[in-house]
Design a protein around this ligand. Structure first.
Ligand code: PXG
Length: 464
């Protein structure tokens, strides 16, 4: 039945819920369950606070979906979109044409990314950026006369997007079950120390664990043969997998392995980029030297959909000087309005010194308060880097025992958070945060109080 012809419910919330329920299939959602509960309708936002259609306010500790880094309602970004849409709402970047926003954005990205990265290929999302990664990696080795280098090594529980190629690159078992995996992609272990510690039920030295997991990459390259391996892809800190902060030894070893073998190193900066870790990119924090860097989300603070792949000079030299035509691109590659907003966002970040403020002031305070949440009896570990954090809910803190999945501890906690005016995401029983970078210390205190209260209520529910 067409809902427009149906009588509309009394208040706007009910109306939007009923239209949504009748006509909108949501991403990563059980549609039947949602129909039984009705969607929460978010109507407006300012700074780091959201307001729903009943006027209830929430502190958005997820920055939308890891993206609204500069906060909601930024006039500079609104003006950039408004001005550009009047001047030139669309033109393509195919057939030897360009436009000022794409040219400006490329130059700005070259300025803020690591010094050896000076070319950008634009997309509309992180998933398209990772599809582009596959195309660039394969093209690179083809041009160099090594077409047998085809395999891309990724990690279990990684998230690289939701298109067929990006979900294949990702290591999410539930996505593979429904969507399969395209050929030439394999997955190695992830550096999730806490998960392994709980699984083992006995002591596990983090640094030794980090080295062992890194070794699984070298072992996989040896097993496949270096002549078949094209690239290794990883997020600096796994985001959607549960904000997994590796032991220090992990990246030290992985960097050595990437340098030792003739493979491309792809660092997925879709979450860690644009100040999230207190550095412009996770690659800066960890001193990674990526050959390719997919990015999106914080690039425009989520105001408009834009992503891209930053290409190192080593790869660009081959593509540009030896490759001929690259048969790849999207209608909206470098979309002028999206590019203008992304450029305005980067300039705003520079003008407000946000990366430095996060590194020196806000992130240390957030991590301190997150550490205090670690004292809660329900919390087995609280960890984080920069403006990223995870809180592991456990049944037995002293003995590292997780809850049985059926208890749905994370879902219970997330519901209490919403009721208490806080948006936290639950990955299983891991509560995660990725708040806007413009969050102030006083907001962090509000976050702490609402989170503690939600943990208390969850604890009480789970004891019953
Ligand atoms: N790489 C990484 C590291 C991501 O986190 C993508 C690529 C894909 O980006 P797009 O723009 O195509 O969504 C992502 C996206 C979650 C969640 O539930 C995380 C993402 C997307 C949707 C939900 O935490 N990350």
């Amino acid at each position: 039945m067409n809902q427009q012809s149906a009588p509309l419910a009394g208040n706007n919330t009910e109306r939007w819920q009923s239209l949504d329920s009748a006509h909108h299939l949501h991403p990563f959602t059980d549609p039947k369950e949602l129909k039984e509960n009705a969607a929460r309708i978010i109507e407006s936002a300012q700074g780091i606070y959201l307001t729903d259609s009943d006027g209830k306010e929430y502190l958005d500790a997820m920055a939308g979906l890891w993206c609204v880094n500069m906060g909601y309602g930024r006039q500079e970004l609104i003006d950039a979109a408004h001005n550009q849409i009047q001047q030139l709402p669309f033109y393509n970047a195919f057939f030897k044409t360009s436009h000022p926003p794409a040219a400006e954005l490329g130059a700005l990205l070259a300025e803020v990314t690591p010094a050896h990265m000076n070319h950008a290929f634009f997309t509309s999302s992180g998933s398209e950026a990772n599809d582009t990664v596959l195309r660039v990696v394969w093209r690179y080795w083809d041009i160099l006369g090594k077409p047998e280098k085809r395999v891309i090594i990724s990690r279990k529980n990684a998230y690289h997007g939701s298109t067929i190629a990006a979900s294949s690159l990702g290591g999410m078992a539930d996505m593979h079950k429904q969507g399969g995996i395209i050929p030439n992609i394999v997955h190695v272990e992830q550096p999730y120390w806490f998960g392994k510690r709980c699984e083992l039920g006995s002591d596990l030295d983090p640094e030794e664990f980090g080295r062992e997991v890194a070794q699984s990459l070298a072992d996989k390259i040896e097993e496949l043969g270096e002549d078949r391996v094209a690239a290794f892809i990883a997020e600096p800190i796994q985001g959607a997998g549960g904000v997994i902060v590796p032991p220090d030894s992990y990246w030290t070893e992985v960097k050595k392995i990437c340098a030792q073998y003739e493979i491309l190193f792809v660092v997925d900066e879709v979450i860690c980029g644009f100040g999230r870790t207190g550095h412009w990119f996770g690659s800066d924090l960890l001193d990674l030297k990526p050959d390719l860097m997919p990015m999106a989300k914080g690039m425009s603070s989520g105001y408009l959909p834009i992503g891209g792949v930053m290409v190192s000079d080593r790869v660009a030299d081959v593509l540009v000087n030896q490759g001929g035509e690259f048969n790849h691109g999207y209608t909206y590659s470098g979309h002028p309005v999206c590019a203008a907003v992304a450029a305005a966002n980067i300039r705003l970040m520079q003008r407000e010194n946000i990366v430095e403020t996060v590194r020196e002031s806000t992130a240390p305070y957030l991590q301190k308060r997150l550490g205090e949440l670690g004292d809660h009896p329900l919390v087995g570990e609280a960890r984080g880097v920069g403006m990223l954090g995870a809180i592991e809910l456990v049944e037995d803190k002293a003995n590292y025992v997780k809850f049985n999945k059926d208890r749905r501890a994370g879902t219970i906690c997330r519901t209490h958070c919403f009721d208490n005016g806080l948006v936290m995401r639950a990955v299983g029983d891991t509560m995660i945060i990725s708040p806007p970078l413009v969050m102030q210390k006083s907001d962090i205190d509000v976050f702490f109080e609402r989170a503690w209260k939600s943990l208390d209520q969850t604890h009480k529910d789970l004891k019953q």
